[in-house]
Design a protein around this ligand. Sequence first.
Ligand code: PEP
Length: 263
Amino acid sequence: MVTTRTPLMAGNWKMNFNHLQAIAFVQKLAWTLKDAGHDYEEVEAAVFPPFTDIRSVQTIVDADKLKLGYGAQDLSQHDSGAYTGDVSGEFLAQLGAKYVLVGHSERRTLHDETDEVCRAKVNAAVRHGLVPVLCVGESLEQRESLEDPASVSVEQLKAGLADVQAGAEVVIAYEPVWAIGTGEVATSEQAQEVCASIRRAVSELLGEEAAANVRILYGGSVKPGNVASIMREPDIDGALVGGASLSVEDFSSIIRYRSHVGV
Ligand code: PEP
């Protein structure tokens, strides 16, 4: 099956940058990419700011007609009502957000988000026309103790996508928990092995075409120096980047991985 999966470089800012800093960052990133002649049709780029920045990012993207995408780091599984502190997917869609992260390991561990909650959040995202970026991945203990560490991601994937129909756009981010924010990146082979298992699981769940089209990102200590080798793997279609997405220089270099020497 011939596929054309456009790579996606996604910057998860976590709880960094207020709305003024977000505006300055987005402008500088856009200028840097423009100066470098970046083609967003070849490699898509998106930022995931805190909720309080999204309106500002929307304003600058619209005003300057930027091709940079943006999304949220979380959403409520509910649409409206008495859910203090939660944010509806409907509100995010109205702010022009294209993507929303679901089940990032920090949400799973710090906010006790279960697979059941992730499934409800994926459904809420799809309901509101947002593309869920479902994050899956094993802990260090699981990597060391399980015969098949990929099974953790596969089980999380099956639970998260249980209600999704074959035609819906979803993105999967394989993020081994032990590699997030630690500086310890998975080897390209380790990342490829799990991403291939994820793609096989998507095929079983949603069919061959969906599996051929779904973009699978790797996340965990991606930097300008290691992105190119990760991106050479056949089942890796981009990166979810935390720390390095807070630097214009680093994030633009990651987005421009194709221009790195030897790639
Ligand atoms: C992340 O938070 O999704 C992440 C991958 O972080 P880092 O790149 O800093 O490891």
